[in-house]
Design a protein around this ligand. Structure first.
Ligand code: FMN
Length: 197
């Protein structure tokens, strides 16, 4: 059996943003979706506020989402800059996904922790979901269109809930998807000596 750290290294380093144009459009069984969401639910959370919320948009609801996003693009784009191709792409994109998951951050109504900690906890939950999808051979990416941020009319957000974007989830034929990162050395400062005595 592979050592857990080897498995983890592989999954973390192979996770990529895979865009809907590469999706193959198969249905993802509810049991698998629940597995992803269950792992998201195990994210760290200060004071156990568990601020992540997920709106799973499937089936015909994806069509309505596409119309909402495309119309928002039309409404917010000056006529001189409007592209019919971009409108069509926006309209179709949700239909290419098996499910689109709107990511909610539920602000603790008593504000027991700063808002940034709630956002950080939601991001951890999304990473759990994304890594789980990768391990299952599924594809996804986090999209943050302005029309879906905050309290978009498309969603029935609860009081104090703020949408942080959409997670497009799909099936795909896995292929090499090289990532790009600058070296970690450039982002680390070592403080003190590596000695416990
Ligand atoms: C909070 C967040 C928001 C993002 N929003 C978008 C987005 O709106 N559009 C997009 O193309 N990618 C978006 N991405 C994906 C990044 O572009 C992507 O993670 C980055 O290019 C690194 O590629 P990788 O995920 O394959 O490692 C977002 C990622 C994060 C973490």
């Amino acid at each position: 059996m592979q050592n857990p750290i080897d498995t983890l290294n592989t999954v973390i380093r192979n996770r990529r943003s895979i865009f809907p144009r590469q999706f193959t459009g198969e249905t993802i069984p509810r049991a698998l979706l629940l597995q992803l969401l269950e792992n998201a639910n195990w994210a760290p959370t200060h004071r156990h506020t568990e601020p992540w919320r997920f709106h799973v948009i499937q089936g015909e609801a994806r069509e309505r989402l596409g119309q909402f996003l495309a119309e928002a693009y039309r409404a917010n784009t000056p006529e001189s800059e409007f592209s019919a191709a971009k409108y069509e792409k926006t309209l179709r994109q949700p239909m290419q996904a098996s499910a689109v998951i709107a990511i909610g951050m539920q602000r603790d109504l008593q504000e027991r922790v700063p808002e940034w900690e709630e956002i950080a906890a939601v991001a951890c939950a999304v990473q759990n979901l994304w890594l789980s999808a990768t391990a299952l051979g599924l594809a996804g990416y986090w999209s943050t269109p302005k029309a879906m941020l905050g309290t978009p009319a498309f969603l029935a957000t609860a009081p104090g809930e703020r949408c942080l974007g959409l997670f497009y989830l799909g099936t795909w034929i896995p292929e090499a998807a090289p990532g790009k990162r600058s070296p970690i050395d450039e982002k680390v400062r070592w403080i003190g000596s590596n000695c416990t005595r």
